[in-house]
Design a protein around this ligand. Sequence first.
Ligand code: CUA
Length: 352
Amino acid sequence: MILLGVISAALMYGVAVFPVDRYLPEASTVSLPIDWIFKFCAFFSVPILVYVNGLMLYFVVRYRHRPDEPMDAVGSPIHESRLLETVWTVIPALLLIALAVVSYLVIPLYYPTGQAAASAVTMEAIGHKFYFEFRYPGLTQSVMNEMHLPVGVPVTLDITSAEETTDVATGAVIHGFWIPEFRLKQDMIPGMVVPIHFTPREIGTFRIVCSEFCGLGHSHMWGTVVVQSKPDFDRWYAQQVQAGRSAAAGVAPINLAAGNAAAGQALFAAKCTLCHNAAPFAQRKVGPGLANLFHDPAHPRLVTGKPATPDNVVDILEHGAHGDMGVMPNMQANGLTAKDIANLVAYLKTLH
Ligand code: CUA
């Protein structure tokens, strides 16, 4: 018993002083209390783990079957031991009550209600198949996959998932919004907006991971959050405002004649093969196979209902499309430039 006590004490001390921040930065205000709860659980789990397993090993040896005993020998008569039953009921009950109280105090820190929600910034995060969309107040366009935040400024993030179609096979799904360094993880649920509240503490770039299996592209669904100093953030925001203005004034024209099929092929392999095969129409992944896009008598029209011409394909690449096959994101969501589109069309023309 003393040996187990020494092992427990040493491990509990280890838990208490373990520098979590060194292995996974505590990059938001929420990180600190979450890590505190984690340590609280680990701290009290240590003696339970050590005593339960230590005593089990001890008893296995101490009360093993001996050659001179009958095969049906009965062990110690501990049935209906009031003391034991009280101890193993009361201690876990007290620990669970303590955990409930601590959680009750911490949860409102990131699920804001009323006055607690006072934030400098309220913005939106929307899960799509298979990317994250961010909407900032004052920006006419959305920002895809790369979220920027100023350090030390409280933010409320309204989290949801896009309701792309009502079709069960291709429609809206639940995504997960997870930033490990922020200790924030929230399901993105179609038709429901969940606000979460936090303040970034550290300048740096962290991963945003989709933590719910949401379809074929799930493993590719991740973004980044860039936490910047206030001046750096303001500079980025000004650029976005400028980009929004020039987009409103007209996007860069797409020069199909300058399309490079080899560059398009590489791009297709990198970006499009998640949803499309370079194979006949029927070899669908998420969307149809595109090998005969411009030369398929069975499918003379595109998902938009227009004839399969290069210009109409450009239209889909630029603006995306919604149809009974699902959703094709627009060029911004797919991270395509005007030149990329020309290259992709050049490549698609070579297939058949
Ligand atoms: Cu989105 Cu998994």
